[in-house]
Design a protein around this ligand. Structure first.
Ligand SMILES: [Zn+2]
Ligand SMILES: [Zn+2]
Length: 275
């Protein structure tokens, strides 16, 4: 038991050690870019209200997601492919399997990003429905939206969303080695779309999600709050009729329509269960 505890600690430590330099780099880059091209001029990200809440999510969500992902991968291999035991599991997941694993790694990474973004577009629309909104409202609760708000997701939203989609794609045969590229890409791109930047991406806005595109999604429901569901490819919103980027206008007010929404990490974790 003690050995297991130590290995959990070492995986947790490894994950945190990876996150720290990335966080510092993103913090410096976005502080500089926001200084020149803010969407909403004001105080810098580290002075924003609820910074402690966002920092908690930023470090704890990837850590929790990693353990749950590994747990689901073990369960999925056992239930679907009848594979048990550490050695058999390592062999099974080593380089993927089936037709998908025969593609070059870059093509697998591209397929992974495209298919998961498509699936997450629909998950996201589902979370905006009446039954699941209470979980997703946590993500929309940032009033001073910035790159560090990117990880603010309720664990239920992460589990029945990104984590489930990741595991489904790995169980479909895509090599886990794609995560070496896909992981940093999704971290950087989600930080980018939440950043306080006035970048519309010009004509590319119809294909790729940018800061102005996603910041509109964080406005009230009667503005852009029920539009722009894509995480990476705004093309899904163009194709399915949910694209919203009014000309010559920038989003300026964010958050949920509830003055009593909890601002702390713990309060937000229990919020959906009290509704
Ligand atoms: Zn949303
Ligand atoms: Zn967001």
């Amino acid at each position: 038991m003690f050995v297991e505890f130590l290995s959990v600690l070492s995986v947790a430590g490894e994950t945190l050690i990876k996150i720290v330099p990335v966080t510092i780099a993103l913090g410096v880059v976005f502080a500089a870019l926001t200084h020149w091209s803010a969407c909403n001029p004001g105080r810098p990200w580290w002075k924003k209200r609820e910074i402690v809440t966002d920092v908690c999510y930023w470090f704890l969500i990837p850590l929790g997601a990693r353990f749950v992902r590994i747990g689901l991968m073990v369960m999925g291999a056992a239930l679907i492919f009848d594979i048990h035991g550490a050695d058999a599991l390592i062999k099974f997941y080593d380089n993927g399997f089936g037709l998908l694993a025969q593609m070059p790694l870059w093509a697998q990474a591209l397929a992974f990003v495209t298919v998961s973004d498509f699936l997450l577009y629909w998950f996201h629309r589902w979370y905006h429905g009446a039954h699941l909104w209470k979980y997703h409202a946590v993500h929309h609760s940032s009033q001073e939206l910035d790159w560090i708000s990117a990880a603010r997701f309720h664990p239920v939203n992460i589990l029945f969303g990104t984590v489930l989609v990741d595991v489904a794609l790995l169980l479909a045969g895509i090599s886990p080695n794609v995560m070496l590229w896909v992981g940093p890409f999704t971290t950087a791109s989600s930080a980018f779309v939440h950043a306080n930047l006035n970048w519309t991406l010009g004509p590319f806005k119809y294909v790729i999600a940018g800061p102005v595109f996603h910041r509109w999604h964080h406005t009230a429901a009667d503005r852009g709050g029920n539009m722009n569901f894509a995480g990476t490819f705004s093309l899904w919103d163009v194709l399915f009729g949910t694209f919203y980027m009014p000309e010559n206008e920038l989003p300026d007010a964010y958050g949920v329509n509830d003055k009593n929404f909890p601002e702390g990490f713990g309060g937000q974790l229990i919020y959906p269960f009290l509704q």
